[in-house]
Design a protein around this ligand. Structure first.
Ligand SMILES: *Cc1c(COP(=O)(O)O)cnc(C)c1O
Length: 450
């Protein structure tokens, strides 16, 4: 099983052939999920004592299992936050898989860590972080937000004189991502809800009024959002950063989706203020064309993260060589895949200008989508898009109309466009992160709402 044989050679050929065919699908079929009963009938039992062999296992994956997974990179997959990995990034994911790289320490993975850090540096520079900034690629925004807040609390713990507060607290708006609530629960934090303006945006004055109204000395951090997942709103990062500086609060910017806009010169000014954050995240698996799963977590002062997160054990002692960067030390994890490498390879291959152009292209399509909505008498734009999420209503539709329409598009495998709720109202939502999504794709979807 573990030795290179003629069998391995054949299997490599079959797998690479599969990969090549998947990459060449244009467009890739949307596909759709099936029930567990249907899958049991179609795939049968695949894990057996003797094994079914590579040919049969690959055939089941190709013909049944892969087709029961929606292709998130389909150009008309416009729900949640889609993915749009480059061919270079997807192919390099195969390389990472066959290379047995341990991405947790410099001792074991120096070459990989060097490359990952170069990709992190590009993101840090886009955000205007100082030269000593750094971080790590983690699994997703959920783990990134949690790890950043653990660092922030650690910094507050060691940085404050006097007795600890009765309970630590973090402030965020109701528009903040659900993972912020999860982080607060995991850390047993009080979650101070800051109000937003009518668009759902946190501003400096609104944050000030929220903080003045709460009676807690345990507040140590504010989470601002650069691009809410639901409607793509960017908080007033400058105003929030100024107040955080005044009150000595850690500012974490959740840019899991939206901080990718830093790559687009036309959008970068909208994120002004992020350079004053203590930490931020951005998911390359969302709008920076990397495959799942990949979140960049960056700290202004990584030494604080190291002292919060580095695990101590006798067998880990040899890893603590001064000057060496151990990615494990900066988040809640130890063993790790060098998951930043597909992103790095694609960046190195295409160059950063191609990234700027690709993000700009999605912004152009999003603006065109908003314009297309405005032109149609049966549609109304709910918000001017800050980024690449377009939210609009179909005049006269009830929630069941939206559900029926969305279900029809999904069943016919034409598009995946799920409605969302904004301000208690059900509305339609298009999240555009795929440079292969065209204005014509959007028009064709809007036509189905006439
Ligand atoms: C997607 C998202 C997250 C969570 O990221 P995962 O990678 O899914 O864990 C957090 N915050 C925002 C704003 C997001 O859009």
């Amino acid at each position: 099983v573990h030795r290179f044989t003629e069998q391995t050679d054949l299997l490599a050929g079959a797998i690479l052939d599969y990969a090549r065919r998947r990459l060449m699908l244009d467009p890739v079929p949307l596909d759709g999920s099936r029930t567990a009963e249907e899958l049991a009938a179609l795939a049968g039992q695949t894990v057996t004592e003797e094994g079914v062999g590579p040919k049969a296992a690959l055939a089941v994956f190709d013909e049944v299992l892969s087709r029961a997974c929606i292709s998130v990179d389909h150009p008309r997959f416009l729900s949640f936050i889609p993915a749009a990995p480059t061919d270079a990034a997807m192919l390099f994911d195969l390389v990472v898989g066959v290379s047995s790289i341990y991405g947790g320490s410099w001792l074991e993975g120096a070459g990989a860590v060097y490359a990952e850090n170069e990709a992190l540096r590009w993101l840090a520079d886009l955000a205007g972080f100082p030269p000593e900034a750094g971080g790590v690629f983690v699994q997703g925004g959920t783990l990134g937000n949690l790890s950043a807040l653990v660092t922030a609390r650690h910094a507050a713990r060691v940085g404050r004189a006097g007795p600890p507060p009765a309970r630590w607290a973090v402030a965020a708006t109701t528009e903040a991502h659900s993972s912020v609530t999860t982080a607060a629960n995991v850390m047993d934090l009080e979650l101070v809800r800051a109000p937003t303006d009518e668009d759902g945006r946190l501003t400096g004055p609104l944050l000030r009024s929220a903080l003045d109204a709460v009676d807690t000395d345990g507040l140590f951090a504010v989470v601002a959002t650069a691009g809410t997942t639901n409607v793509g709103i960017i908080d007033d990062l400058s105003g929030v950063a100024a107040l955080c500086a005044e009150r000595r609060l850690w500012l974490h910017v959740d840019g899991a989706y939206g901080a990718a806009a830093l790559a687009a010169p036309s959008a970068r000014p909208r994120l002004a203020g992020i350079e004053r954050a203590d930490s931020f995240i951005v998911d390359p698996h969302k709008w920076l064309f990397a495959p799942f799963d990949c979140c960049a977590l960056l700290y202004r002062e990584p030494r604080l993260a190291r002292s919060a997160h580095a695990q101590a054990a006798g067998y880990l002692e040899p890893l603590q060589t001064p000057g060496e960067w151990n990615p494990s030390d900066f988040a809640i994890h130890l063993s790790r895949r060098a998951r930043g490498l597909p992103f790095w390879f694609s960046l190195a291959t295409h160059g950063t200008r191609a990234y700027a152009e690709a993000v700009e292209r999605t912004l152009v399509v999003a603006a065109a989508a908003a314009e297309d909505v405005r032109r149609r008498s049966y549609l109304e734009l709910v918000l001017e898009p800050d980024l690449s999420i377009v939210v609009f209503r179909r005049v006269g539709w009830s929630p069941s109309d939206y559900d029926g329409w969305s279900e029809r598009l999904r069943r016919t495998k034409f598009a995946l466009v799920l409605p969302t709720v904004h301000g208690r109202e059900m509305v339609a939502r298009l999240a555009i992160v795929n440079p292969r999504t065209t204005e014509a794709d959007i028009s064709a979807i809007l036509d189905t709402m006439a």
